[in-house]
Write a protein that binds this ligand. Structure first.
Ligand code: DON
Length: 584
């Protein structure tokens, strides 16, 4: 395996805290981990003294406890994040695991920021039209089974993060998670709901069926203690042999064998060639805060930044949180950004993605297109200055590691939709992703999240599919004050944006920010999805302004970790889910 370093840089900062926060979400499959740590309260002069050692919030109590335990036994925030990620792969495997990918942003005590790209890659034999049958893009193929699987990257990122920034070892974390896998854990209501939604497809794959379904092929029940001995064995072998087992050893060989007899194209060579990337985080400012996000192949950092830049042109505070004026202007900004996303965004190693999408000048131009009285049609994307010349680079640079006493990590991981491709490579217990569906499989054919794409996100060998995952760290006066991330496909961008707006514009605390009614517009389809909790009167006013309002029970799952001015941490799991926040 070859490692490529794309960039590394620093800004002056301090350190102080310990907060971990991990999140998984609702309908589909993803985990966001945001984690702060300050083992030593001696960072900056201005930094308030923090009493807590750390905090963590994940969608599962066992993952939160594992992360906290790692910190309490000498590990740091990176250790905690990795053990949480590995544990979530056991207790929340329908969302994420080592058969999937992740983006991890680390903000270290010395101010350096590292963005680790563990996004899946298309196998070498992938072709632009690999999902087209009889002239039509077939989403069944990109969502379920062998062809849906991209070469996973989470494990490569976890290994790199621990080796360079952790204090404990990957082996320790794997063994801790293996124990839970072996002993088992009782299934929650959410787990069973997700299982029920995937029963039909899971039945088609023997190894998955034997782990996740009863002998007669139905869903397991709430409270059932799920033991996963194969996954435990895989984690133990990894602990002994290292990640070479996965990328170049027995796992890769078994995977290739399974692929060959099931119509797949991924090979052991693809796994061996997998390279995670160190990328340069994207940054913008918003009303005195600095927003640090994940660059392409995530669209999250670019568009959260772009929408904030547009909204900076409007006085949201006077409009008021949750008002029709507020929802209207944010929606109009979302439409403009998502139209750009569909056209411009793709893997920057393959296509030129304009940096100008995040410029203040471009945002000011787009803001002028917004009519505050009515919904404006957005027929197509716009174009920032220098769109073909000033693009996200594919440069390589060296990255050095240093001790970190104060660290901050935000990581979003996923196997894509529920139980990914539904494939478990026999004997390994590892659920494989269906991230190939995040490519634009054919012009006009939407992916599982209703997203359309263009040439920039067409399938190509070795290419990474476009993502919306938006692990984000917000800084004030150079100091981290908030980490936020979400799950839920493109709504991740809206959820992350809304959490930031409620904190920055309206002064909400984390828990209040997450409790607010959410809404989402992704340009196509031309509809404004709003949560039921948005008052009827506001919905009526939005319809009057020309929005096609679609009401939904609940939208996504965002997690926020924040530190207040006194240095007190808060970690809040989305009230819509079953997550747990810990701070001690
Ligand atoms: O990378 C993306 O944008 C999607 N694969 C994320 C999937 C997701 O959010 C599923 N979770 N709820």
């Amino acid at each position: 395996m070859e490692w490529t370093v794309v960039s590394h840089w620093s800004v002056p900062t301090m350190q102080i805290m310990t907060v971990i926060r991990i999140q998984t979400t609702g309908m589909w499959s993803l985990v966001t981990v945001a984690l702060f740590l300050a083992l030593s309260p001696t960072g900056s002069d201005a930094a308030p003294k923090v009493q807590q050692r750390g905090a963590v919030a994940t969608v599962h109590p066992l993952a939160s406890e594992a992360a906290m335990r790692a910190m309490e036994s000498g590990g740091n925030a990176i250790d905690a994040a990795v053990v949480a990620g590995l544990t979530l792969g056991v207790v929340d495997g329908f969302n994420s695991g080592i058969g999937g990918g992740c983006f991890m942003v680390i903000h270290r005590a010395d101010g350096s920021v590292i963005a680790l790209d563990g996004r899946e890659k298309a196998p070498a034999a992938a072709t632009r039209d690999m999902f087209v049958r009889d002239g039509k893009g077939d989403s069944k193929l990109s969502q379920t089974g062998a062809l849906a699987i991209g070469v996973p990257g989470s494990l490569a990122v976890y290994e790199h993060a621990i080796r360079h920034y952790g204090k404990l070892t990957l082996r320790q974390h794997l063994l801790a998670a293996a124990e839970i896998s072996e002993k088992g854990f009782p299934l929650t209501r959410t787990y069973v709901q997700r299982l029920e939604s995937a029963v039909k497809e899971l039945r088609a794959f023997d190894a998955a069926r034997s782990i996740f379904l009863t002998a007669d092929g139905s869903s397991l029940e709430q409270g059932f203690v799920l033991r996963q001995p194969d996954l435990a064995r895989s984690y133990r072998v990894l602990a002994e042999q290292g990640i070479g087992w996965f990328y170049g050893g027995d796992f890769a060989i078994r995977m290739e064998r399974w692929m060959k007899s099931n119509g797949g194209i991924a090979t052991a060579k693809d796994f061996q060639a997998y390279d995670f990337k160190l990328r340069e985080a994207v940054r913008t400012t918003y009303r005195g805060h600095e927003i640090v996000g994940f660059p392409p192949p995530s669209s999250g950092g670019v568009h959260v930044g772009q929408i904030l830049n547009i909204l900076e042109q409007f006085d949201l505070k006077t409009m008021g949180a949750g008002s029709a004026d507020f929802v209207h202007v944010v929606t109009e900004a979302m439409k403009l950004a998502f139209a750009d996303r569909a056209f411009w965004l793709g893997d920057p190693d393959f296509v030129p993605v304009p940096r100008g999408l995040m410029s203040k000048e471009y945002a000011a131009k787009l803001a002028k297109r917004i009519d505050l009285r009515r919904a404006s049609p957005v027929p197509k994307h716009d174009e920032p200055d220098g769109a073909s010349t000033d693009v996200f680079g594919k440069h390589t640079t060296h990255f050095s590691c240093a001790d970190a006493d104060g660290n901050w990590v935000a990581c979003t991981a996923t196997v894509n939709t529920t139980f990914g491709s539904k494939v478990v490579i026999p004997g390994t217990g590892i659920v494989m992703n269906n991230q190939m569906d995040d490519f634009s499989i054919q012009p006009g054919v939407a992916n599982a999240f209703g997203l359309l794409g263009a040439e920039a996100n067409a399938v190509a060998p070795g290419k990474r599919p476009l993502s919306s995952m938006s692990p984000t760290i917000v800084l004030k006066e150079g100091r981290p004050v908030m980490a936020v991330g979400a799950a839920g496909g493109p709504t991740i961008i809206s959820q992350t944006l809304l959490a930031i707006l409620h904190v920055v514009d309206f002064g909400a605390d984390s828990s209040n920010a997450l409790a607010q009614a959410r809404f989402h517009h992704q340009w196509r389809p031309d509809e404004l999805r709003v949560e039921k909790r948005l008052p009827e009167s506001v919905r009526a006013e939005l319809s009057r302004r020309g929005h096609r309002v679609v009401v939904t029970e609940s939208l996504g799952a965002a997690q926020v970790v924040a530190v207040d001015e006194k240095g007190k941490f808060s970690g809040v799991a989305d009230p819509r889910g079953e997550g747990l926040g810990l701070a001690r």
